[in-house]
Design a protein around this ligand. Sequence first.
Ligand code: FE2
Ligand code: FE2
Length: 231
Amino acid sequence: MKKSKEELLVFYETAHAELASALEMLAACKATVSPKQAFGYFMHAKDEYNHAISFFNMLSKRGKRASIKTARDFRFTPPSLITKGYISNKGFLIDTMKLKDFIAFVYTNELLAKSSFENILNLVGRFTEEGQRITSIMTDELRHHGMAKKHFLNYYPALQPWQLMIYRIKETLNNKGRKIYDANLKFLDRLLTPLYRALAYLAGTMAKKLNLNEFKRKDKNLMNISSNSIL
Ligand SMILES: [Fe+2]
Ligand SMILES: [Fe+2]
């Protein structure tokens, strides 16, 4: 893959991940009965929205430099949050997970997000304007990670560090699984698109050969038409 396409892909995927986090946090904010927790989730959602905006801006900057055909492949549409697996079609995590697992999920993913930003930082350069924005996003992610950790230690003090490590391994595997799923989807798309086009061509050719005069109903007694007729 060409370097520019690689960059587009990185920002495209990251923007999806950040926007999905914002929506997950808003859902958690809505679901909690504690005003203090609702405030925490809300502020977290606000951070994630800002991260998403930053990555969409970085994506758009590169999209404008790419060819129209390439840029089209990286155009954002909200349903892709679900089709790409960033949000489950079964519902938001807060609704489908136990609270304990949800906090563990936040705890591990914030740390994984921070480390994946290290790679983006190398891509854009640490001392560029974008690099500085990414550094500040990484600080936010570490803060989120710290908040989830504090919550965990307060509410589940018996949890051992090795248990959190298992959560982390699980999430790393899930992230890899999502990438494989996405790659499979793209492969199927490449495989099936020519087939769809061939079928559309065939249907078009057949339609062209139809005598449309048969379909004219003017001055026809519809009661005399056979019940098997397609008219
Ligand atoms: Fe984020
Ligand atoms: Fe975060």
